[in-house]
Design a protein around this ligand. Sequence first.
Ligand SMILES: CC(C)(COP(=O)(O)OP(=O)(O)OC[C@H]1O[C@@H](n2cnc3c(N)ncnc32)[C@H](O)[C@@H]1OP(=O)(O)O)[C@@H](O)C(=O)NCCC(=O)NCCS
Length: 173
Amino acid sequence: MESFGTSGQPGPRTGFRIEEAHAVTPELIDTLMEIDLQTFSESTFSEYAAAAMLRNGHVYLLSFGDQVIGTCVTMRCWDRPNEAMILSMGIKPGWRGQGLGQHFIRGVLQKLRQRGLRSACLYVSTDNRRAIKVYEDVGFVVVERGVGVSFDRSELNLLRVTFQESQPVIELS
Ligand SMILES: CC(C)(COP(=O)(O)OP(=O)(O)OC[C@H]1O[C@@H](n2cnc3c(N)ncnc32)[C@H](O)[C@@H]1OP(=O)(O)O)[C@@H](O)C(=O)NCCC(=O)NCCS
């Protein structure tokens, strides 16, 4: 298990770990459901979907001690196979606003890059100023505006970060 500093390198945030979930357990499904509920004020996926995310996607956990305090669900994009989609990212309420969001996303991006992925994308509500700040600070840029509506009817933008410009993202038609 590794810990990462805000530079994405192993570093100063001692006690916090970023690791990939490797098992589908009832506890992890509960944690994903709990953080989803705390993120969006209502459940946006079922237990069945949570198990599928754990089994078929890559789920990253931010932990402190033996407590999981954040989750980040990623999937490989169907039409851009070397791009990861960040489906959801959330930190438990008492842990927000301390720089952990940026620490977490940097660590996740580093792990995706190590897996050979070339870029990552996500949808974020235009109202979610805090999340947008975190994503833009680590290099995400808006690539499409008004691409849909969120569960709460707010507008969504598509953001993307490319890891290495020299290695193009493959697009399948
Ligand atoms: C989004 C989230 C993961 C960010 O994690 P975090 O630990 O709270 O974020 P950080 O403390 O690393 O950084 C927050 C940044 O936003 C800034 N910020 C906070 N509120 C803001 C606002 N209303 N407008 C603009 N910037 C804001 C902070 O000043 C900070 O910037 P700084 O690093 O320059 O000081 C976390 O707040 C969360 O789980 N929120 C609910 C779930 C959610 O919205 N997930 C994203 C769905 S796409």
